[in-house]
Design a protein around this ligand. Structure first.
Ligand code: ATP
Length: 320
């Protein structure tokens, strides 16, 4: 399918990254929000920035957008300094803020059309309105739109100028499944047209579904960066999960398993074995179950997920 966001000229990924952050430090009084962060975003890629609450994601992205001044380090966006070169950079990037940044009394469509006029080659506003299901919002004041409509309007405003690079801050937070998938489709089309996308999200499935590259931020630093496959390969190997009665004696199970294995009771009656999961290990676990009168249910060998990697690296679950 031909996308609705054709560029004027085909964009080929250049060698210089779209975003290059080196040693970024940002403090708010005594609080160090970003602590020597390095991040590189390849041109034409979709990079998801993940991290627990307060990790420094928004501060990092806002610094790249030219809304915050670094205390130390360097930030280059499309080869430019977001603060010193903001006049040159602004027409080339799209920004979707979490809080909208919109005059609350303005009408939705009016605002979108106005934003389009600020750009030399905007996308077709009517198509965008239709794609994002904003048709019924036209004459409605921004403050009267539902949360989901405000989100979609903010996304439309970020992309209407046909940017080379777009920053999307939690674009699907709180959206219903239909609006979420419409947003994903639009983001995929941007990516297919060579637009570089930097997306912060709290949703692992969103990162896994959309991202070429994932950067995990914790305590103001990037603790891992790579494709979802690379990150999952880098963690523990496959996982064996099974259900049984709560409080099984895992010490005796561990004695039967190879030395590099681990076994934990995740929640009462739910067990996880990690290590080299092969047919022999599966046989060892089921034999041990038989010897201990345990009927394992829901037994499954699963791929190590991005969520597992995130938990291992940050010790925290990702919560919106
Ligand atoms: P979230 O997922 O909750 O949006 P985040 O990863 O985007 O979090 P930031 O918003 O960048 O994190 O915040 C990083 C840290 O800096 C947090 O501890 C936050 O409380 C603090 N912080 C952010 N903005 C300010 C500010 N304007 N003044 C003081 N502290 C701030």
């Amino acid at each position: 399918m031909r996308s609705s966001f054709p560029g004027d000229t085909p964009r080929t990924p250049g060698r210089e990254p779209a975003v290059e952050v080196r040693g970024l430090v940002k403090r708010y009084g005594a609080k160090t929000a970003v602590d020597g962060l390095d991040l590189s975003v390849a041109r034409g890629s979709l990079t998801a920035v993940l991290g627990p609450n307060g990790a420094g994601k928004t501060t990092t992205v806002e610094t790249c957008e030219g809304y915050r001044r670094p205390d130390a380090g360097t930030v280059r966006v499309l080869g430019l300094d977001p603060l010193a070169d903001s006049a040159a950079l602004r027409p080339r990037i799209g920004v979707m803020l979490q809080s909208g940044g919109v005059y609350p009394g303005a009408h939705a469509e009016e605002m979108l059309r106005h934003t389009a006029t600020l750009h030399a080659h905007p996308v077709d506003v009517d198509t965008l309105i239709e794609r994002l299901g904003l048709g019924t919002c036209g004459r409605t004041a921004y403050r009267r739109l539902s949360g989901g409509q405000q989100q979609r309007l903010a996304l439309a405003m970020a992309v209407v100028g046909r940017p080379e690079l777009v920053f999307l801050d939690e674009p699907t937070a709180g959206l219903d499944p239909q609006a979420r998938h419409a947003t994903w489709d639009l983001v995929r089309e941007l990516r297919a047209d060579g637009v570089t996308v930097v997306l912060t999200t709290h949703y692992m499935d969103e990162a896994e579904a959309l991202a070429d590259d994932v950067a995990i931020i914790d305590s103001g630093r990037v603790v891992a960066q790579g494709s979802p496959e690379e990150l999952c390969r880098g963690g523990a190997e496959n996982t064996l999960r099974f259900g049984g009665r709560p409080g099984l004696d895992l010490v005796s199970l561990l004695k039967a398993l190879p030395a590099d294995s681990a076994a934990v009771e995740l929640t009462p009656g739910t067990y996880r074995v990690t290590g080299k999961i092969d047919p022999q290990l599966l046989a060892t676990v089921t034999t041990w179950c038989a010897q201990h009168g345990v009927m394992p249910d829901r037994i499954a060998v699963e791929r190590h997920t991005l969520e597992d990697v995130f938990l291992e690296l940050t010790g925290k679950e990702l919560r919106a």
